[in-house]
Design a protein around this ligand. Structure first.
Ligand code: NAP
Length: 641
């Protein structure tokens, strides 16, 4: 391989130095590089690339790395891999923290230095192969988690069909095409662990880039031929006598059909059924109006008076994008979002950094590990409630109050001369009460524009001419855009899922969806829900990680059925109930569970039905494999065996 010293130096200038130091240990075999002075110090919410190292140390690490990388490119063999004990120390070093021992197996798997895909199913034994070949699974949805389920089922040799209501794969990344849509998790982590992409053009990819990524993965794994596009699942009913799911599907052309499968996996997300606000007069508006997830690109916004209702994650992205082109923009805010400083939010990944990710041994692994660790527990402790907290209800504990002040200060710095605006945009609820949004300044910049107003007076009604607020003011608009979120707590709706005894899951849940580990419900054998109740995250981790854990668990359940010769598998009610009691108790001690907070994380009963309240390691541990005692397994009858 040819290389050029100048280009290498430029690339090293972009490096995440603690990750580079770890590569250096691999390249040289010299663990003595892990000195106390080289242990990074990170400042909460700040860019950690330089590891807090003084300039001379930065230069020294780059110079050593340059020599080692050049030698490697010139063909020098890699020394033997570092010992497990050294790897364990390296984890602490790159994290800049003493990682608790209980995290080690979990993080070792995530790091995957041996290049293995540890969550892939191993169905290589002839017995399992044979059992898998006889199993039939239907997956609902070809978004991030449905594709993942397809990949894993394919690896296990299980016959499966994915039913997808849209015409393509991608789920949320196919449907949300609003201007400015992008992921707000760093992409080098928001990607399947087994399908890294060193070519993400930006740190936080835009919708089109992510859609391409998921399309590519679907193609690479040959999934398209297993997907029935343009087909919706209307109802799935469990046939107890035959121990299979009968799934009624409707094609876009109106054709109906019943498909049958031993196992049903739903992968429909929590956020794909737009919720329009229950404001009087919504239907009376004369001009075009649409939801952010049903963006109408045919509606020209240039030169128009636009009203936006909602200031959640979606509006936070499209408001700054459309503000410069519209004549007038009125943003109607009910509750402001907390913002997390993210200076690289719109930045390109420099070419040099891409080069390092691609060519420097283990650099990408450690860089991802660092992102993973920072997002695993970085903010988790700061959004935990202290039950003895006596301070302001605007925080839930001391650490939360400190974080609040840091984030409020970051907002103040963006509009120091606008106390009225600051009054509106600094939330009164605790940080972590709702999803905090990655902020590089464009939101406040948009709100400060001459053609933009942030209206906080509650909305009275919508009229043919626009929006009327409770103070009687009429806000004329040509277009109304609803950034009002999704029917998140109605899990699986509008599908009708019917289990044992003809019980309808939606009715059984009665507005309060619960499941064991987010995936299984008593009375609904052989049904597995991905991104189900209490598997959403607020400040720690990525949903892809959750899906990878869930899908491994589901494949583990199928394996248990195959190995035990069972036709059905159903979680025990007492296990399910005990788990949910623990979840509820823990959610009550998180910022999002605080009584003074309202959000889509809480359902109509006030219970937090969306979020996982524990550290990520606990979900990982709970989902490595199913515990047989948690389930009732029903043996196959002789003719089926
Ligand atoms: P959202 O976070 O639920 O925000 C909805 C907004 O509409 C809130 O500001 C809400 O105010 C407001 N609203 C709802 N009903 C209203 C009413 N009747 N009157 C006035 N205001 C009303 O929805 P979203 O922005 O679409 O985001 C949903 C979730 O999707 C996010 O939390 C995130 O998980 C995901 N998402 C992710 C990304 C990303 O990764 N970049 C981007 C977009 C969305 P209140 O807060 O007062 O209820």
């Amino acid at each position: 391989m040819t290389h050029d010293a100048v280009a290498l130096e430029a690339a090293l200038a972009e490096a995440h130095l603690p990750a580079l130091l770890m590569s250096l240990v691999h390249l040289t075999g010299d663990a003595s590089l892990l000195t106390a002075e080289r242990r990074p110090t990170y400042v909460l919410l700040a860019d950690g690339r330089a590891g807090g190292y003084p300039a001379e140390l930065q230069a020294e690490i780059r110079a050593r790395a340059k020599a080692a990388i050049e030698a490697h490119l010139d063909g020098a063999p890699l020394p033997p891999p570092p010992s497990p004990a050294t790897v364990r120390r390296m984890m602490d070093w790159v994290a800049g923290a003493d990682i608790p021992a209980r995290y080690a197996p979990f993080l070792t798997e995530e790091l995957a230095l041996d290049g293995t895909d540890a969550k892939a199913p191993d169905w290589s034994s002839p017995k399992l192969r044979a059992a898998g070949a006889k199993m039939k699974v239907i997956v609902v949805g070809a978004g991030m988690s449905g594709l993942l389920a397809g990949i894993r089922l394919g690896q296990a040799g299980i016959d499966f069909t994915i039913v997808e209501k849209d015409a393509d794969v991608g789920g949320t990344w196919l449907e949300n095409v609003y201007p400015g849509c992008r992921v707000d998790n760093p992409n080098h982590m928001y990607s399947y662990s087994f399908e890294p992409n060193h070519d993400f053009p930006q740190y936080y990819s835009t919708q089109g880039v992510l859609l391409d990524y998921f399309r590519r993965v679907a193609d690479k794994h040959g999934l398209r031929r297993r997907i029935r596009f343009d087909t919706s699942v209307e109802e799935a009913a469990f046939d107890e006598a035959r121990a299979l799911w009968r799934v009624e599907v409707k094609a876009r052309d109106g054709g109906r059909e019943v498909l049958e499968a031993d196992v049903l996996i739903t992968a429909v997300g929590q956020l794909n059924r737009p919720r329009y606000p229950d404001i009087d007069g919504v239907e009376t508006f004369d001009g075009p109006s649409f939801h952010s997830a049903r963006w109408r690109h045919d509606v020209e916004l240039a030169g128009k008076r636009v009203a936006v209702i909602g200031t959640g994650a979606s509006a936070f992205q499209f408001v700054p994008t459309i503000a410069p082109k519209v004549a007038r923009l009125e943003v109607f805010q009910r509750t402001p979002p907390w913002c997390l400083p993210g200076p690289t939010y719109h930045h390109d990944v420099p070419e040099g950094k891409k080069w390092l990710l691609e060519h420097v041994p283990f650099y990408g692994k450690w860089y991802r590990f660092w992102l993973f660790w920072m997002l695993t527990d970085g903010l988790y402790e700061s959004v935990k409630a202290d039950p003895d907290w006596q301070g302001s209800p605007q925080a839930v504990g001391e650490a939360n109050a400190v974080l609040r002040e840091m984030l409020a200060e970051a907002l103040r710095a963006q509009a120091p001369d606008e106390p009225d605006l600051l009054e509106k945009i600094i939330p009164a609820y605790p940080v972590g009460g709702k999803r905090a949004l990655v902020d590089n300044g464009v939101w406040v910049e948009a709100l400060r524009r001459d053609n933009v107003d942030l209206i906080t007076t509650p909305i009275e009604r919508i009229t043919p001419a626009g929006v009327v607020t409770k103070d009687g003011a009429e806000h004329a608009a040509d277009v109304i855009i609803y950034g009002t979120g999704f029917h998140a707590s109605r899990f699986l709706w509008p599908m009708r899922i019917v289990g044992r005894g003809g019980v309808d899951l939606d009715q059984a849940w009665n507005g309060d969806a619960r499941a064991y580990l987010g995936m299984t419900a008593p009375g609904f054998p052989n049904l597995f829900i991905l991104y189900g109740p209490n598997t959403n995250i607020v400040v720690n981790g990525s949903i892809i990680f959750f899906s990878e854990c869930s899908v491994r668990y589901v494949l583990g359940c199928l394996r248990l059925m195959a190995e035990s010769g069972s036709r059905t598998m159903e979680v025990r009610r007492e296990v399910h109930d005990a788990f949910n009691a623990e979840v509820d108790a823990a959610n009550a001690l998180m910022a999002w569970g605080a009584p003074q907070v309202t959000s889509w994380y809480k359902n109509a009963t006030g219970r937090v039905s969306q979020n996982w309240p524990f550290p990520l390691v606990d979900y990982w541990n709970a989902t490595v494999a199913p515990n047989r005692a948690d389930f009732v397994l029903e043996a196959k009858v002789a003719a089926e065996a």
